[in-house]
Design a protein. Structure first.
Lengths: 173, 100
C-alpha cells in the first residue's frame, strides 16, 4: 500500500516530466523540469534524506533550472516543434519507451525486490554521519570532484566566450 | 507504508520518459531535459536503497552524482550556445559538421 503523499508526489513528478518534454514553449518546459526536480526532492524527504533533498533543491532548482532558463532566453529558437520530429519517429519513440517500461517493470515485479521492506526502527542519518564519511573515506573523491566541477565550469565559460567582441576591442586599442 | 519497489517503479517510469525524449526530440535543450530526468531517476533509486539497507553511503553517492550532473549541464549548455552561434538553430539534425 502507498500513502497519499506518495501518490501526490508521483503525479507531480511524472506529470511535469512529461510536460517538460511535450510543452509547446521551451521556457515552460524548463519550468516544468524544475517542478519535476522539486518532486524528486520531496521523495528524498519522505525517504529520510533531508540533507540530500536540500542539496537537490539548491543545485537543481537553484542552479541548473535557472541556467537552462537563461539558455532558453539566449538562444531564442525560431520553432520549438521542428519538421524533423515526424509522426513515425514519435510512434517509434513511444513504443521504445513503453517496451522499456514493460520490460523493467516485469523484471522488477517478478524479482525478490518486491519482498524488500523498509526498516522502520533504523536510525535516520543526519548531516554529521554524511559529513564524517565525506571527510574521511571519501575525501580523495571529494577533491577529484571539486577539480572536475571547476574544470567543467571554466571550460563552459571558455566555450561560450565571444571571440569577435574581443577582436574588436583589440583593434580599437 | 511505502515499500522500496514503489520508488523503483517511479524511477523506471522516469527513465522510460527520458528514453522517449532522447529518441523523439530533435531540440538540443530537450535532449538535456531527458538526460536530467534519467539522472534523477538513478538518484531516486540510490536513495531508496540507502534508506532500505540502511547505509549512508547511498546518500553520499547521490551527492557526488548531483555535482557531476551540474558540471555536465554547464558544459552542455555552453556547447548549445556555441552551436547556436554557428548554425542559428538548436536542431541537432542541422549540426552536420563539427568543424566550421
Amino acid at each position: 500500500m502507498v500513502d497519499s503523499v506518495f501518490v501526490g508526489l508521483s503525479i507531480i513528478t511524472v506529470g511535469s516530466a512529461i510536460l517538460s518534454l511535450e510543452s509547446r514553449e521551451l521556457l515552460y518546459g524548463g519550468i516544468a523540469l524544475a517542478i519535476s526536480m522539486l518532486g524528486i526532492a520531496g521523495y528524498f524527504i519522505i525517504l529520510d534524506a533531508p540533507f540530500v533533498a536540500m542539496f537537490q533543491i539548491a543545485v537543481y532548482v537553484g542552479a541548473v533550472a535557472v541556467l537552462i532558463i537563461f539558455t532558453v532566453m539566449l538562444v531564442r529558437a525560431p520553432n520549438t516543434v521542428t519538421k524533423k520530429e515526424t509522426k513515425k519517429r514519435k510512434i517509434a519513440g513511444i513504443l521504445i519507451g513503453l517496451a522499456f517500461l514493460g520490460l523493467a517493470s516485469s523484471v522488477l515485479g517478478s524479482s525478490t525486490a518486491t519482498q524488500l521492506k523498509f526498516n522502520d526502527t533504523a536510525p535516520v542519518f543526519d548531516v554529521k554521519a554524511i559529513g564524517k564519511e565525506l571527510l574521511t573515506y571519501y575525501s580523495p573523491v571529494l577533491i577529484a570532484l571539486a577539480l572536475t566541477l571547476a574544470g567543467a565550469v571554466i571550460g563552459a565559460m571558455a566555450l561560450a566566450r565571444r571571440e569577435d567582441i574581443e577582436e574588436k576591442n583589440e583593434s580599437t586599442n | 507504508m511505502n515499500q522500496p519497489t514503489d520508488f523503483l517503479y517511479i524511477a523506471v517510469i522516469l527513465v522510460s520518459i527520458g528514453i522517449y525524449g532522447l529518441v523523439v526530440k530533435r531540440n538540443a535543450l530537450r535532449l538535456i531535459f531527458s538526460i536530467e530526468l534519467i539522472a534523477n531517476a538513478v538518484n531516486l533509486a540510490l536513495i531508496a536503497f540507502s534508506r532500505m539497507l540502511p547505509s549512508p553511503q547511498g546518500q553520499i553517492f547521490v551527492l557526488f552524482s548531483i555535482a557531476i550532473s551540474a558540471a555536465e549541464v554547464a558544459v552542455g549548455l555552453g556547447i548549445i550556445i556555441i552551436a547556436y552561434r554557428f548554425y542559428k538553430d538548436i536542431d541537432i539534425t542541422e549540426f552536420r559538421n563539427l568543424k566550421n
